[in-house]
Design a binder for this molecule. Structure first.
Ligand SMILES: [Ca+2]
Ligand SMILES: [Ca+2]
Ligand SMILES: [Ca+2]
Length: 166
């Protein structure tokens, strides 16, 4: 093998390392792949099903590092005309006030990572049981009516490309 084709191989291998383990159209960060569906509006339950069609789940944000990445991604892709909210995986629909990540069942408490916007969750109106990130609240967490028509963010594992149903 000559030096030039070796270089090409090294570059291809590097590209495969960066992009190889994510589904088409998903962006890799750490061990996960993300896709912001900004052309589709859906209720929270519909959004969950859309993510499943793409072998993913609504985004589960478990660290400051992941939150910062998600904020950056949504801020870059936001443009006029998009809804204010973007669904992620949290809900307190089972027991009011007890937030969990749907995908893995883990409780969201002061022991775990959380990034509620000041004053949220506020269970406005007739109640709000689904979690979204609001553009006007800097993509910190908000409880929202599950029937709101939002965009949504799906996440898949970068190593298997499959969702793990918890
Ligand atoms: Ca995650
Ligand atoms: Ca609630
Ligand atoms: Ca709220």
């Amino acid at each position: 093998m000559n030096t030039q084709s070796f270089h090409v191989l090294v570059i291809l291998a590097a590209i495969a390392t960066v992009y190889g383990d994510c589904p088409n159209g998903f962006l890799q960060h750490d061990e996960s792949c993300y896709k912001f569906f900004h052309s589709t509006r859906a209720t929270w339950a519909e959004a969950m099903m859309y993510c499943q069609l793409f072998k993913s789940h609504l985004a589960v944000i478990e660290s400051e590092r992941e939150q910062n990445f998600v904020e950056g991604l949504l801020r870059r892709e936001y443009h006029q005309g998009l809804p204010d909210g973007c669904w992620i995986d949290g809900t307190d629909a089972l027991v009011e006030g007890e937030w969990i990540w749907t995908t893995n069942g883990n409780p969201i408490t002061s022991e775990s990572y959380q990034k509620w916007f000041p004053g949220e969750p506020n269970s406005k109106g007739t109640g709000e049981d689904c979690m979204d990130l609001l553009h006007h609240e800097n993509y910190n967490w908000n409880d929202e009516s599950c029937e709101a028509m939002n965009n949504f963010l799906c996440e898949a594992s970068a190593t298997t490309g499959n969702m793990i149903v918890g």
